[in-house]
Design a protein around this ligand. Structure first.
Ligand code: CP
Length: 320
């Protein structure tokens, strides 16, 4: 592993597979009555969140705590950011308190990359603007591998607001690295300029692609990032691009339905589809804890098996 995880492209196939394999070990730990390891005892993880989050922030916090790290949760709301303190000064202040890793979410694309130039510890990108969300892509890949037994060769269709989606970009990049075949589906107005350079097929027709999909990943329409009208109205968008029971019936029998959350039920995905047996949405949340434990463990120096070694299993063990 590199020192930072800023982009899915910081991983090659070998290191991405190491994260997924380590996450399997962490998931097994989650099945025990005592779900805690001493491996990051004495280490400090700062969750630096300048943008709202439910899943990512809480799962990084739980992941760090399960590894026995000290955790500082910093939210821009209610902090000295309101007095004008910059990202750099905020980060240096938190580093002065001994942060070994900074998990950063920011509305500015590239903010975690700048942070990585200023702090000595590891930086994890927890979602930057419309750019990337690499741990989401890792937990999605982990979920696919658990449900379908493999990633290589899977036909993964990603539908919706690709233009504003950091999840789509990180997923396309990681799926390509892992040998899957991504296709993005969206109205032309919700595809980014330069999409032809991404390692993905592009389609405007969801109904043409669904019968050839092992995985369909629905994305939220990100109204909060929209400065113009990208489609006529929500009903029309839902009719053309929403996943309902009729469209699910066109999928192969063992295909799965994913969504990174938060969902707009009734817009990009019907409630009955979100709650169906094909849906992995709740599993994705649970898998996020295991994958983020693996990322923190590997970034903060884990080179031995996370579980099973005397050091890992003992509260007196050396930290990595
Ligand atoms: N998927 C995801 O990033 O969700 P949150 O915004 O709740 O963290």
């Amino acid at each position: 592993m590199k020192r930072h995880l800023l982009s899915a492209t910081d991983l090659d196939r070998e290191s991405a597979t190491l994260v997924l394999d380590t996450a399997e070990e962490m998931a097994r730990l989650g099945e025990r009555s005592i779900k805690k390891l001493p491996t990051l005892r004495g280490r400090t993880v700062v969750n630096l969140f300048y943008e709202d989050s439910t899943r990512t922030r809480t799962s990084f916090e739980l992941a760090a705590k399960r590894l026995s790290a000290d955790v500082i949760n910093f939210s821009a709301k209610g902090s000295s950011v309101s007095k004008g303190e910059s990202l750099k000064d905020t980060a240096l202040t938190l580093e002065a308190m001994g942060a070994d890793a900074v998990v950063c979410r920011h509305s500015g694309s590239g903010a975690p990359h700048r942070l990585a130039q200023w702090v000595k510890g590891s930086v994890v990108n927890a979602g930057d603007g419309t750019h990337e969300h690499p741990t989401q892509a890792l937990l999605d890949a982990f979920t696919m591998r658990r449900r379908l037994g493999r990633i290589e060769g899977l036909r993964v269709t990603i539908v919706g607001d690709i233009l504003h989606s950091r999840v789509a970009r990180s997923n396309v990049l990681l799926l390509d690295i892992l040998g899957a075949h991504p296709t993005v589906v969206a109205p032309p107005t919700l595809l980014p300029v330069g999409i032809e350079a991404w390692p993905t097929e592009v389609s405007y027709d969801i109904d043409a692609v669904l019968p050839k999909s092992d995985v369909v990943m629905m994305l939220r329409v990100q109204n909060e990032r929209m400065t113009a009208s990208y489609f006529p109205n929500v009903r029309e968008y839902s009719r053309r691009y929403g996943l309902d029971a009729r469209r699910v019936a066109a999928l192969p029998d063992d295909a799965i339905v994913m969504h990174p959350g938060p969902m707009n039920r009734g817009v990009e995905i019907a409630a009955e589809v979100a709650d169906s047996a094909r849906s992995t949405i709740v599993e994705q949340v649970a898998n996020g804890v295991s994958v983020r434990m693996a990322v923190l463990y590997l970034l903060l120096g884990g080179s031995e098996p996370a579980i099973g070694s005397p050091a890992a299993g003992s509260t007196e063990g050396e930290r990595p």
